[in-house]
Ligand binder design. Structure first.
Ligand SMILES: O=c1ccn([C@@H]2O[C@H](COP(=O)(O)OP(=O)(O)O[C@H]3O[C@H](CO)[C@@H](O)[C@H](O)[C@H]3O)[C@@H](O)[C@H]2O)c(=O)[nH]1
Length: 327
């Protein structure tokens, strides 16, 4: 299939694009190459453009006879979205709507969209099933929820076939160590902890130790980036015009910030000093997926189910790319 991967030079997008290529798909990457989007993409299949540039999107979809689109190009930092919501509404909502309309114009009806557990807010039920009411507690979560709703409406009115994949915490790197996670600026827990192990930071600050969790630190469900990729391929194969599916992508296992730091100590052999800090705005205490629907609808089972195995792949990449891609 001819697939356009919007944001395909970013972290999750690049892993997914590679998986698509390995499965024999013809992959075009559309990316503005900003914010740490530096990942290796074959030049002949790279279109450099803004996600909100509808004209260029329509041309790209038509020129390359694209049959399905995967949309990864979004900002995804909870705290940043609280401090600068305008950035998030513009980049995540306006750009995604331009893409939806470009797809209408070019008559492309298949879309796999990166949504997030942040659309649930602070759910009462853990693990979180897809039926949980979506009440985001930060602008980032709202921007993704708006597009989930838009896709449902576009499906009903224009025949779009879509999948909204609600990621839990994407983590890890390609096990061969060639591509990995490099954000600019970096704010994710595992890369920051590994930067301490590399001697680039003195310590890791734990944001809040008085949450209602066993050790007082936030609990997250870390899911390997290649497992996310596999779910995208499975979802793409199942898209039907006029229909949508919304599915959680997580392992069903939760780890506290302290447990993640401990896993990093074990994998790296470094003592990794930690210091206690204030809570970070917008952080829910606990997010763990009920992952049964992904198994049922996508026949998807994550290969990496414990955080130590995920950290091992991340460490393999960070150790061999101590300054990221090109910094
Ligand atoms: O220096 C740090 C960085 C993070 N954390 C904590 O570690 C946990 C994980 O943080 P992070 O890696 O920044 O991920 P999240 O804030 O959980 O957000 C990620 O996971 C969400 C789903 O759970 C997605 O919606 C977001 O896009 C994605 O950035 C949180 O409790 C943070 O408070 C620290 O204690 N210290």
């Amino acid at each position: 299939m001819n697939v356009l991967v919007v944001g395909g030079a970013g972290y999750v997008g690049s892993h997914c694009a590679r998986l698509l290529r390995s499965q024999g798909h013809t992959v075009y990457v559309y990316d503005n190459l900003s914010r740490g989007h530096r990942q290796a993409v074959p030049d002949d299949r790279l279109v450099v453009g803004e996600a909100a540039d509808r004209e260029l999107l329509v041309k790209t979809l038509r020129d390359h006879k694209i049959e399905a689109v995967m949309h990864f190009a979004a900002f995804a930092l909870v705290n940043e979205s609280v401090n600068d919501p305008s950035l998030y509404y513009r980049n995540n909502v306006i750009a995604a709507l331009e893409l939806l309309d470009a797809m209408r114009e070019a008559d492309v009806k298949k879309l796999v969209f990166s949504s997030t557990t942040a659309t649930y807010g602070e759910p009462d039920t853990i693990p979180i099933p897809e039926t949980t009411p979506q009440n985001p507690i930060n602008p980032y979560g709202f921007t993704k929820l708006v597009i989930e709703q838009a896709m449902a409406d576009y499906a009903a009115a224009y025949g779009l076939g879509y999948a909204a994949l609600r990621y839990f915490n994407a983590a890890g790197a390609s096990p061969d160590g060639t591509i990995g996670e490099d954000h600019d600026p970096e704010s994710h827990l595992i890369p920051l902890v590994l930067q301490v192990a590399l001697g680039q930071r003195e310590s890791i600050t734990v944001f809040g130790n008085d949450y209602p969790t066993p050790d007082g630190t936030c609990i997250r469900d870390y899911v390997h980036v290649d497992d996310l990729g596999a779910a995208h391929l499975a979802a793409m194969d199942r898209l039907e015009p006029g229909k949508g599916i919304c599915v959680n992508l997580g392992t069903g296992n939760g780890y506290s910030v302290r447990e993640v730091i401990e896993a990093c100590r074990q994998v790296t052999g470094h003592p990794i000093p930690e210091v206690s800090g204030e809570r970070r705005a917008g952080d829910p205490p606990e997010l763990i997926a009920d992952a049964r629907l992904a198994k049922e609808l996508l026949d998807w089972t994550p290969q990496y189910t414990d955080v130590t195995s995920i950290v091992k792949t991340a460490w393999n990449w960070h150790r061999s790319h101590p300054t990221g891609y090109t910094k």
